[in-house]
Design a protein around this ligand. Structure first.
Ligand code: NCD
Length: 311
């Protein structure tokens, strides 16, 4: 099977050929998007609902654009305008969505597991667009596509994921994807922001930034997720930047051709300085956004047409 599932809820549990299939298909959409051609009829007649219980700009817009490029009818439902605010439960919402005959449901929720629950109750194919501190599978796919296009491969690369690992669904999805595809993954950050069990996922842990970045091919910075912290985990943003913020000096520990990544939104001057984030020779942050649309087109295309065989 090219991709043997009805939904995309997590990277954990996907087989490497399934990940490669999604990346290969996304690659074809990058080329199509760049050539200005569109595949307008791929999702004609299909309804895509973006159901966002948490704020998002880039992920929601990216799914919206991906759906529209493929010809789907796209509807955005954000929590502010939905009846969830009026006390409707997640399962009632699911019943409503079923009645609307939605084909593809993109869900972001602050509770880990919410998309899985919905997937059991709706007829639509469900895509997790970020659930609590659990997973954000399309972010990991777009990160992998960005790396693969620049470095030609994922296997054998050293990837340092830095900062607030504990609260990051982006980190979890990336750890699962990159280790499955043969990269060497390190996590770098203060002990308060790295769960001890992370080493069981097959990654190496560093608390010193320069040691963690030494000879890295990829430096992936994460946002400090203050909204998920219950106080006291970092002394101050200034202290954090001094020890763990990416500046030119710390980046010098990585390979000279190391790429700098960040999923956005960035806290400039907290986890990354602008000089590095905006350096076109090192930073691929804008390219990540472009790859996001292509990856989401590939995921929508794959799920809209059900599990498929490779032949
Ligand atoms: C990430 C998220 O929402 O998990 N952002 C994103 O999808 N672009 C990372 C973050 O919020 O820090």
């Amino acid at each position: 099977m090219a991709y043997a599932h009805r939904h995309l809820l997590a990277i954990e549990g996907l087989e490497p050929p399934e990940i490669a299939h999604l990346l290969d298909l996304a690659e074809s959409y990058v080329l199509l998007n760049r050539s200005g051609k569109t595949a307008r009829d791929m999702l004609r007649g299909k309804t895509l609902i973006n159901l966002f219980f948490e704020d998002s700009t880039r992920t929601r817009t990216s799914f919206e654009l991906a759906g529209k490029r493929l010809g789907a009818d796209v509807i955005n439902m954000s929590v502010g305008s939905s009846s969830v605010n009026k006390g409707e439960t997640l399962l009632d919402t699911a019943a409503t969505l079923n009645a609307m005959q939605c084909d593809l449901l993109v869900v972001r929720h602050d509770q880990s597991g919410a998309p899985n629950l919905l997937a059991q109750k709706v007829d639509a194919a469900v895509i997790n667009a970020g659930d609590g501190m659990h997973e954000h599978p399309t972010q990991a796919l777009l990160d992998a596509l960005t790396i693969r296009r620049r470095k030609g491969r994922l296997a054998g690369l050293t990837v340092a994921i830095c900062g607030d690992i504990a609260h990051s669904r982006v980190a979890r999805s990336n750890i699962h994807l990159l280790t499955a595809m043969g990269s060497r993954v390190r996590v770098v950050g203060p002990p308060t922001l790295i769960p001890a069990a992370v080493e069981e996922l097959g990654v190496a842990m560093f608390h010193d930034m320069r040691a963690g970045l030494a000879d890295a091919d990829i430096v992936m910075m994460l946002r400090l997720q203050k909204e998920r912290m219950e106080g006291g985990l970092i002394p101050s943003s200034r202290e954090f930047f001094r020890f763990y913020g990416l500046d030119a000096d710390k980046l010098a520990a990585a390979r000279p051709d190391a790429l700098v990544m960040h999923p956005g939104p960035m806290n400039r001057g907290v986890e990354i300085e602008s000089r590095v984030a905006d350096d076109p020779a090192r930073s691929v942050i804008r390219e990540q956004v472009e790859m996001g649309v292509a990856v989401r087109m590939a995921v929508l295309d794959t799920l809209a047409h059900g599990p498929r065989r490779n032949d």
